[in-house]
Design a protein around this ligand. Structure first.
Ligand code: PRX
Length: 671
């Protein structure tokens, strides 16, 4: 997006943003003495670290990097510039390491028998399965060998489309072991989305399961892969490995399809780790942006791992006995950084949960906490709001005594939900870390450090060491002191993405051109008098539904595939549970009659095209869409109508046909 268009955009976008109430800015929860006493980082230490990290990032990250196992220790630490004439992001660039060695092998001597993964099935009556670090290491090695036998080599791409089962972590780490680049695809994506992602990166192999379970319902994962591989552009795939999970039978297409357990059988439990340069790719993860199809965010080896590991240990005040439960699916960045890489680089015990918060009942999360004595619990505001709606009783009938720390991620947490999380779930004992970050950032950038940072409900608080946020106005002028504007980051941190896979120009255009010399987050933000950051939401055309990113362009492209549709525009609107909901305006072709059956067909089509996560919450027939004289859709107006704030439409005089708006407003009232 060029600067000019953003300026226009900047003036339109805050429509949707959360308004931070003045009284909220002052509500402060000091760190409890009891927590501070044993915390890894004190308030004073966090301030010293921050200053050091900004004044001398080289020295700061050199020291952090010493805690990792290197095949060749780096001598060059930071070689980065956001200057468009001299753009480069390289961290630890002459170092060599293997990520799986850092997550597994180096723990074997002291922590080999420590539990690495506790797996809690969707079915509450199924026995929990655990893997020690030794066992996890053995599984990863076996799969690494199996993949090599199947012809997967360093640099090859492997897609992973699995439920939340230990094999997902094993698959990621096995790729890391042999230097293959994984691309995890969330199980809620459809065959078309799989095909797009496979085609974009040219995967050689896919690891899937016969099915996945959520709330007692089954998703036919292998069947979705079969359908995807019947679509154009997917011929790069030579092998499909199928994990047996759940009772359903599947068609195996030989010789392409292989059972996971069959290829693992007899493999040695050691596997030579591939030496990887610090800047060799580790994984690709697709995420939605303002325009076009989802882009392949590429993260590399050492910078990503060190950043995920450092932020995990720091933010969550991790101790050796902690049982850490991050409820995110490994299909998202939160699952990558805080189910797999961050915790495992720290020899933590993680809980992986295949199910959902509210099934078989609204106590499930807390029953799992009690069952496995979870100490740190990290989830999304949308889950908290949904559980809050069920009242306190489902929480109160569980103990939760093991909990000592709570976390939030994915979207702004409204202060009401924050307080409920704090008072009811945490019994007013557990600090909350509200962690702001993005797929692109690799790890948490703005968050309280548990035990060190006083909390304000609804604020992600302060930047972590090495992170230099700033606010700019639409013209790119830096704002000082208390201010509200667009959030940018001024200098690189080790976990920042390195490129958009196969399209470096798109990377530069998307993140560094809007405000030259700065990384643009596409989030709006307010900074209060104490320097605390309050993320207000996306200022681009990304809709954050229950903490999942959906691009309006993707949704619109799916809708217009319907033969009866001539045009569509999608916007986000505030949704009590999901944070944002999807509101679609649909214009039909001449002569087509609008009715409920057609609306259902369109909703089903979008679900088929993108996946069950792409739900159109509201669909309004639009005889026409409001456009400027140059033909640009005026989303600002559409957002206001969706929000039911039709008294705030603002200036409509630049529209080609202002009557279009009157019609939409009238229809909205009857909607
Ligand atoms: O708008 C911000 C919101 O989620 C976006 C990033 O989404 P994604 O790449 O899918 O990563 C989600 C998990 C890291 C951001 O641009 N967001 C994420 N965390 C928070 C948040 N908004 C407010 N507060 C947060 N803690």
């Amino acid at each position: 997006m060029c600067k000019k268009s953003l300026a226009a955009h900047g003036s339109q976008s805050p429509l949707f943003l959360r308004r931070v109430r003045m009284s909220e800015l002052k509500s402060l929860y000091e760190v409890a003495d009891a927590f501070a006493r044993d915390a890894n980082v004190s308030k004073a230490e966090s301030e010293v670290r921050y200053r050091r990290s900004v004044l001398d990032p080289e020295a700061f990250w050199r020291e952090v990097a010493q805690d990792f196992e290197w095949l060749r220790a780096p001598t060059r630490i930071k070689n980065t510039s956001f200057d468009l004439n001299d753009f480069r992001i390289r961290w630890f660039e002459d170092g060599e390491m293997n990520v799986s060695v850092n997550c597994l092998d180096r723990h074997l001597a002291d922590n080999g028998d420590k539990t690495a993964i506790i797996f809690e099935s969707d079915d509450p009556n199924a026995p929990a399965r655990t893997l020690t670090y030794k066992e996890l290491h053995a599984e990863v090695c076996k799969l690494g060998n199996a993949l090599r036998n199947l012809g997967v080599q360093k640099g090859d791409r492997v897609s992973i489309y699995l439920p939340m089962i230990p094999e997902a972590a094993i698959a990621m780490l096995a790729c890391a072991r042999i230097g293959a680049v994984h691309s995890v695809i969330f199980g809620g994506f459809s065959a078309n989305s799989i095909a797009d992602r496979v085609a974009d990166c040219g995967s050689k192999l896919i690891i899937t399961a016969n099915e996945g379970a959520r709330a007692g319902k089954y998703t036919p994962l292998k069947k979705n892969v079969d359908d995807a591989l019947n679509l154009p552009g997917t011929t790069s795939v030579q092998t499909v490995l199928v994990v047996r999970h759940g009772p359903s039978t599947v068609d195996m297409q030989m010789p392409r399809d292989r059972w996971y357990d069959a290829v693992m059988d007899g493999q040695p439990e050691t596997c030579a780790p591939e030496p990887m340069n610090a800047e060799d790719p580790l994984f690709i993860l697709y995420t939605s942006g303002s325009t076009g199809k989802p882009k392949g965010v590429l993260h590399t080896t050492a910078g990503y791992l060190i950043y995920a590991a450092y932020t995990f240990k720091t933010v969550f005040d991790q101790k050796p006995d902690d049982i850490f439960w991050c409820t995110a699916d490994v299909g998202w960045i939160t699952g990558h950084s805080y189910v797999v890489y961050g915790p495992m680089a720290n020899a933590a015990t993680v809980l992986m949960f295949e199910g959902v918060p509210s099934w078989p009942n609204a106590s499930r999360f807390w029953e799992v906490v009690d069952k496995h004595k979870v100490t740190i619990f990290y989830t999304a505001p949308t889950a908290i709001r949904a559980l809050m709606r069920e009242g306190d009783a489902p929480v109160k009938r569980t103990s939760r005594k093991s909990l000592r720390l709570l976390g939030s991620v994915g979207e702004p947490i409204n202060p009401e939900a924050w307080r409920w999380y704090y008072d009811v779930v945490g019994d007013a004992r557990c600090p909350i870390v509200d962690t702001w970050w993005q797929t692109e950032t690799g790890g948490i950038l703005i968050s309280p450090i548990a035990g060190a940072t006083a909390m304000k409900p609804g604020s992600a608080s302060l930047p972590l060491p090495g992170v230099q946020p700033a606010l700019v106005d639409a013209a790119g002028t830096l704002l000082t002191g208390e201010a509200e504007g667009n959030l940018v980051i001024l200098d690189a941190w080790p976990g920042i993405m390195r490129t958009v896979y196969g399209d470096h120009q798109r990377f530069i255009e998307t993140y560094f051109k809007t405000y030259p010399g700065m990384y643009f987050t596409s989030d709006g933000c307010r900074r209060d008098a104490d320097g605390y950051y309050w993320i207000t939401g996306r200022v681009d055309d990304v809709i954050n539904v229950s903490g999942h990113r959906l691009g309006t362009a993707e949704l619109e492209s799916a809708i217009v595939l319907h033969p009866s549709v001539s045009e569509a525009a999608v916007v986000g609107y505030p949704h009590d549970l999901k944070g944002q909901g999807v509101y679609a305006y649909v214009t039909l072709k001449e002569g087509v009659e609008a009715d409920d059956a057609l609306a259902k067909e369109i909703v089903a089509l979008v679900r088929k095209e993108i996946g069950p996560i792409a739900l159109l919450d509201q669909l309004q027939w639009a005889p026409a869409l409001p456009k400027t004289r140059s033909g640009k859709i005026m989303r600002r107006i559409l957002r206001k109508i969706a929000e039911n704030a039709t008294d705030q439409l603002g200036d409509t005089s630049t529209l080609a046909d202002p009557a279009v708006v009157d019609q939409l407003v009238a229809d909205r009232k009857n909607h």
